[in-house]
Design a protein around this ligand. Structure first.
Ligand SMILES: *Cc1c(COP(=O)(O)O)cnc(C)c1O
Length: 382
């Protein structure tokens, strides 16, 4: 029996809520389900404001517009990330400055950032890889010292927290802006979908305008003004009520989804950690200050060849395990634009990180089987 890498979770209420949205007569955006979702995020995670978007990519693009990022500005981000982290700022003409990951974990090595800051630096975009928190204490201190904006790429970080400050805070509540994804590969999904969390009150009204094609339509619908028009730059970033209704069905089950994913993650960890370290494989590192939202279970193989060996052994048994990002500073689009610094850890993760299947319906016996195949393969038996 084959095991896919991912399988979208369905709560069972998606059709009911979509039907309700359709029957209510409003299926364009910013209706009942959009507001229900946005309120959920604000209440649950302490975001000051939330705007649903059609993707995390869109939320990142909105951030770049909202912070007036323009040609000549520099933006620092990890090289080990998804293209959308970079594209959003490249589209505004910004110069991308890629930083290395920590040796322990794909997240930004905060100590490597300070030498990259200069008078043109405007923002830092930390990515909470696998949902694990970046060192936000170190990063917020840098941002304060140099007066930089922080935009969290929290695409993978829904329902996770950081404990480095007096009170435990949700990821996505630190940056002036944070972007989440509800793509079907993430923990909470709507097919395509995203969220912009706005934690700086000064950015709220302009965020709404950019979201609604550069118009003050949202204020008009609240009755705050008596006609609406074109007041700023903008685009169409809001999802339809059909998407929001789907998302709301997922949010109603978030506790159940997260608990199941955590159980799967823990079973992998219990079975693999004592067995794989002898083969030079590094298992996921979660700093004490971060919670675990069980977005990804990954292995850091000893080298590329070992990763290929494991992928192939699993594939032979119908199990789909996948590697992740190729460092952006070495991508076909960017390699000639990069300043030449070597980013050792980032490159190492490109060559060695392997993600194992992780989805709600994955059963214990399947996890045991996957682990068994990996361990046997490393022992040279098949
Ligand atoms: C998934 C992901 C994105 C993109 O999300 P979309 O909703 O597909 O646009 C961006 N950044 C990271 C780190 C991601 O994992």
């Amino acid at each position: 029996m084959s095991i896919p890498f991912n399988k979208p979770y369905l709560s069972g209420d998606e059709f009911n809520f979509i039907r309700d949205a359709i029957e209510s007569g409003q299926i364009s955006g910013n209706g009942k389900y959009t507001k229900l979702c946005q309120n959920f995020f604000n209440e649950q995670y302490g975001f000051k404001h939330s705007l649903l978007t059609t993707s995390c990519t869109d939320a990142l693009e909105m951030s770049a517009i909202l912070l007036n990022i323009q040609a000549g500005d520099e933006v620092i981000m990890p090289a080990y990330t998804f293209v959308s982290t970079a594209n959003a700022f490249a589209l505004r003409g910004a110069k991308l400055v890629f930083a290395d990951s920590s040796a322990l974990h794909p997240n930004l090595d905060v100590h490597s950032i300070e030498p990259l800051i200069n008078e043109r630096t405007k923002a830092i975009v930390p990515v909470h890889y696998a949902g694990t928190s970046v060192d936000m204490k170190g990063l917020m201190a840098l941002a304060n010292t140099y007066n930089l904006s922080i935009i969290e790429d929290a695409a993978q970080a829904i329902d996770n927290y950081n404990d480095q400050f007096e009170e435990r805070k949700a990821l996505g509540s630190f940056g002036s802006l944070a972007a989440f994804s509800f793509h079907e590969t993430k923990n909470i999904i709507s097919g395509e979908g995203g969220l912009l969390a706005i934690n700086d009150n000064n950015l709220k009204s302009r965020a709404e305008i950019i979201w609604e094609k550069g118009t003050n339509r949202s204020a008009f619908f609240r009755g705050e003004i008596n006609k609406y028009g074109w007041v700023d730059l903008g685009s169409s970033f809001l999802p339809s009520e059909i998407i929001s209704a789907f998302l709301y069905a997922q949010l109603n089950q978030i506790k159940k989804i997260q608990e199941k994913r955590q159980a799967i993650w823990s079973l992998y960890d219990t079975l693999l950690r004592p067995e794989l370290e002898q083969f030079g494989i590094q298992l996921p590192y979660i700093p004490g200050y971060s919670g675990n939202n069980a977005h990804i279970y990954y292995l850091l193989c000893k080298n590329l060849a070992q990763r290929e060996l494991i992928i192939q052994a699993l594939k032979d048994k119908g199990i789909h395990a996948v590697f992740h990002y190729q460092s952006l500073h070495r991508s076909p689009y960017f390699k000639n634009k990069h300043d030449g610094r070597t980013l050792t850890n980032s490159d190492r993760f490109s060559d060695t990180l392997l993600r194992l299947p992780l989805y709600y319906e994955l059963e214990s016996h399947q996890i045991i089987r996957i682990c068994h195949i990996i361990i046997k393969t490393l022992h040279g038996k098949s």
